[in-house]
Design a protein. Structure first.
Length: 129
């Protein structure tokens, strides 16, 4: 008897692992879980979620992790345009970055490599449990 060979990949009918809930869904449920008098366990049960997961979302919401961050309009000047002469191009400034409970304040004129290092460190620290 010869073995039967198949070139078709087995089909998966169900997805194993964590469900990928949209961030807006998480934000809405976490916001409702923060309201006074709301039972987090009941809210989780109504939406088919584990209570601990909803508590985790609520902590993240309170820490500001679901805030999209406000964007401001920016105009790009052409190469022939001159910057505003009232502000010097080399004026030192302050950059303050807050992600969750972490806050970094950078004063002066840091170079791009230093900023990249700080942002990469914050990003990896945010993803660690």
């Amino acid at each position: 008897m010869e073995p039967i060979l198949s070139t078709e990949a087995p089909s998966k009918n169900s997805r194993k692992g964590r469900p990928n809930n949209p961030i807006e869904f998480r934000r809405q449920l976490a916001q409702r879980a923060c309201e006074p008098g709301v039972s987090v366990a009941r809210l989780a049960l109504e939406h088919g979620l584990n209570t601990n997961l909803l508590f985790k979302w609520r902590r993240a919401y309170r820490a500001g992790e679901y805030d999209g961050g406000a964007l401001i309009p920016v105009a790009v000047l052409g190469e022939d345009s001159q910057p505003n002469s009232r502000t010097p191009a080399t004026a030192p400034g302050v950059i303050e970055i807050s992600i969750g409970a972490a806050r970094v304040r950078i004063e002066g004129m840091p170079d791009a490599a230093a900023l990249r290092l700080v942002l990469n460190t914050l990003a990896t620290a945010k993803t660690k449990p």
